[in-house]
Write a protein that binds this ligand. Sequence first.
Ligand code: FES
Ligand SMILES: [Fe+2]
Length: 385
Amino acid sequence: MDGNVERPSGKRHLHETGPQTLMGRLLRHFWHPVALAVDVPARSARAIRILSEDLTLYRGESGRPYLVGGRCAHRCTVLHTGIVQGEDISCMYHGWRYDSTGLCKDIPAEKQPRAKPVRIAGYPVHEYCGLIFAYMGPLPAPEFELPRKEIFEDTSRAIIAKREFWDCNWFQQVENSMDAVHLSFAHMWGIEGQFGSAISGGRQIPDLEYEETSSGIRQIATRSNGNVRISDWTFPNNNHIVVPGLDKNSSWGHVSVWATPVDDENTMRFRLYSTDETDPTKIAKARQDQKFEPLDHVEKLFSGDLSGLSEQALISAQDYLAVRGQGAICDRDEENLSASDAGIIFLRKLFLRELEAISRGQETKTWARLADKVHLPPPPVAAVI
Ligand code: FES
Ligand SMILES: [Fe+2]
């Protein structure tokens, strides 16, 4: 084997996001949500940072979104201050004009065209259920299939899309979604919300089962006869679960959460909430109630004060406390894993297998959307709350 090839060494590479890193290369094989659709109106641009790359997200006059490099190739000023013209964006400094693939197609101050075309990064994007997804890997991009979920495409249901910014690494958030035991503790901490009490049934410790599927991992946590919680996790950073409804009388909703790496120490969490509620007043209220940025409340949260949060914000706050509490990047050498961490161990093995393939220049697994409709039962307690 080539001695210069970087190899995955235990847990050391799990948090990485940069384009030259093993995990960064693996992550670039997938579509990731990068923005809420409503945050980028037509003919506007904004700066975003994804997978340790500074980028410009803009929407052309047609309404289509595009993602190109963060800086102009001329003298490197930021491009999100540029002007959207048609489906292109022009730099505000000297007018270099880029198309949606990042190709510079006009240099207005020069009489002669350049001998060699100039390019900045340009990545495919796809809009889905109120989120803008991007693919930042080798072309051609895979079909936009793996992130799709039937429940979010059901037009009889309403969707609430939201974004949170967490100041810690993406992988510890992924690990948290594979840790069914924390529901009996973290989601009972501070305030016992409907989520923690209904699922954990008074802090019962679940029996755990993990199974690799075509799309990721199916997690089954059995706390008692009839209290079986199933989570449908999609590689590499998306979890699909059920959570409490818009109020105590509503049926439980479906949530799909993506932990999109901003860089090694920051994450944007994109969340779709699907409800069968049809009352527009309730839905509008829920859109407001579900808005939550943990960074606006850090001192209060870490002092143990979870008061005033909606049910959905409480779930986020409890997870944030546990996961951000591990540090911006968790030092896994300090851990002591046990049998109840079976999901963490299962998840890491799977990632390390894929990283090993990348390091050897071999094909990684081709993940595919589940063929069968996913059934995620709400906890039995929910029916009587
Ligand atoms: S820096 Fe962008 S055109 Fe000069
Ligand atoms: Fe949680």
